[in-house]
Design a protein. Structure first.
Lengths: 79, 413
């Protein structure tokens, strides 16, 4: 389904900071489960409740000022 | 921590290409230099500033457009800065941010610079949200220190800092300006306390000075970074609202400053009073400077020729209940005189008699070292008084006025 503006902004954030990986080939379309996994990694790294959902806490965290470098956090590094 | 790479050398040059417009240049420079010191204090790294030519690490501020950086910034908020990993050396700050120092407003330049230098030295982002290398800016922290994860990371790259050698030959070549260890405001004895220009309270220990406000402590600066030419380990410091002069005492010398500029002809030798003073204060009631040593004091009129032949007089004859050999003294903005010794302080009433319940803890009442109490306490007032919304910068810059200034005793008081 089409993403709303808030969801698009969240996906942009996850892409910009390395939680979601751009596919090397093909269209840049992410499956809902890919986004949910990236959100889970972001929540875990940010010490937020892990739900895989784009909730208020995630949105608030994404609005905070930060460094421009990517984060190394994904399910593998968190593990 | 995450490691991204490392420099193949431990002596690195750096160059500051420009500075933010939101801070006086000497404050901004000191913030950047302190950012380097955080890392060089825990790892065997040395940093040398160069004014021209190519440097290993290059610090600059740019905005949405930049001719030399493909990674444009995004205006106030969001991305604050970025840096390259070793051995590239670029460190860029968003010039649209409100870069500040010593206040909760804006974005603290020193902390962000330390974070970006961490990247430039090879550290990636830490998972500890309280670590310096966490990706999100956690706000201003007056008494900032590296997180153990930051220290472990940098030491994984460059090893641990080797303690200074005691070899005699090495001692001879040691730079005289090498600063002593950064003190912990929550322990130990103060060298001096001064109610400075515009009501700012300064605490001195060793080579460092910091401001004390109702809301917390300012960052620690080297004494010589604020007052150029002034050594550390001072004996006493006193500001006179009558003459706007600051006098610092150490050994047999006295330094005079107006704000942060040394007066011509200083330092001078102390001739008419004894060297190695313990403390000094300005007493607004008679507009005189009091100098303390051992069990005696001298009263000095800055604007008249004082006959010191009748001094020193016994401290106890004027200041009842005060300990001998105080380490510091100040006549504070609440109208009370305070003496400091060890980790304790004494408050005097208007009759210059020590009040009941004293001595009390300097760490708790002045330095906000009270982990159980979320609200900082004020000297002599327990824990009930609230913060007055001060946003005290660390030096008396022309741009910051605050509530403290309004309550400062002036010569007219």
């Amino acid at each position: 389904r089409a993403l709303g503006p808030a969801e698009e902004a969240a996906v942009d954030y996850l892409l910009q900071y390395g939680y979601l990986q751009k596919p090397l080939e093909g269209p840049q379309v992410f499956r809902p489960e890919d986004i949910a996994e990236a959100l889970r990694a972001f929540q875990e790294a940010s010490e937020l409740p892990v739900s895989g959902q784009l909730d208020d806490a995630v949105r608030a965290r994404m609005r905070q000022p930060r460094c421009g470098l990517e984060d190394p956090f994904n399910q593998k590094t968190l593990k | 921590y995450l490691l991204l790479g490392r420099w193949r050398k431990k002596h690195l040059t750096f160059r500051i290409l420009n500075l933010p417009s939101t801070l006086p240049s000497h404050i901004a420079r000191e913030a950047l230099l302190q950012a380097f010191r955080y890392w060089s204090e825990v790892a065997p790294l040395t940093f040398q500033e160069v004014q021209a030519g190519r440097a290993d690490i290059r610090l600059s501020f740019h905005g949405r457009q930049s001719l030399y950086c493909s990674n444009a910034f995004d205006g106030p908020g969001r991305v604050l800065a970025h840096a390259d990993i070793p051995e590239l050396g670029s460190v860029h700050f968003d010039e649209d941010e409100l870069w500040t120092e010593g206040t909760y407003r804006g974005v603290n330049l020193r902390i962000i610079a330390a974070h970006e230098l961490g990247h430039a030295l090879g550290l990636g982002h830490s998972r500890y949200t309280k670590a310096l290398m966490a990706p999100v800016y956690a706000g201003y922290r007056p008494y900032f220190r590296l997180h153990p994860d930051d220290v472990a990371g940098i030491q994984a790259l460059y090893g641990k800092k080797i303690p200074e050698t005691t070899d005699e030959e090495e001692e001879e070549t040691e730079l005289p300006t090498e600063p002593g260890p950064m003190p912990n405001p929550c322990s130990g004895e103060l060298d001096a306390v001064m109610l400075g220009p515009r009501g700012k309270t300064y605490a001195f220990r060793g080579d460092y000075v910091w401001t004390v406000t109702d809301a917390g402590l300012g960052p620690l600066f080297r004494v010589s970074a604020l007052w150029e030419g002034l050594p550390g380990n001072l004996d006493a410091a006193v500001y006179s609202p009558r003459t706007q002069r600051i006098h610092f005492f150490k050994g047999d010398k006295v330094w005079r400053y107006i704000n942060f500029k040394m007066a011509p002809g200083f330092p001078k030798k102390l001739n008419r009073i004894e060297p190695n003073l313990d403390a000094a204060l300005f007493w607004p009631l008679n507009q005189k400077v009091f100098l303390f040593k051992g069990s005696g004091y001298w009263q000095w009129d800055e604007l008249a020729l004082t006959d010191f032949s009748r001094y020193p007089k016994p401290i106890k004859g004027l200041f009842t209940g005060v300990p001998d050999q105080p380490s510091a003294a100040v006549s504070w903005r609440d109208g009370h005189v305070y003496f400091f010794k060890g980790g304790e302080y004494w408050r005097l009433n208007r009759q210059l008699r020590v009040e009941k319940g004293y001595p009390k803890s300097v760490a708790q009442d002045w330095m906000h070292c009270h982990p159980q109490t979320p609200e900082p306490t004020l000297p002599g007032e327990g824990t009930t008084r609230s913060v007055t919304g001060t946003s005290l910068a660390t030096t008396a810059s022309a741009v910051d006025t605050d509530a403290v200034s309004d309550r400062t005793p002036s010569a007219a008081d």
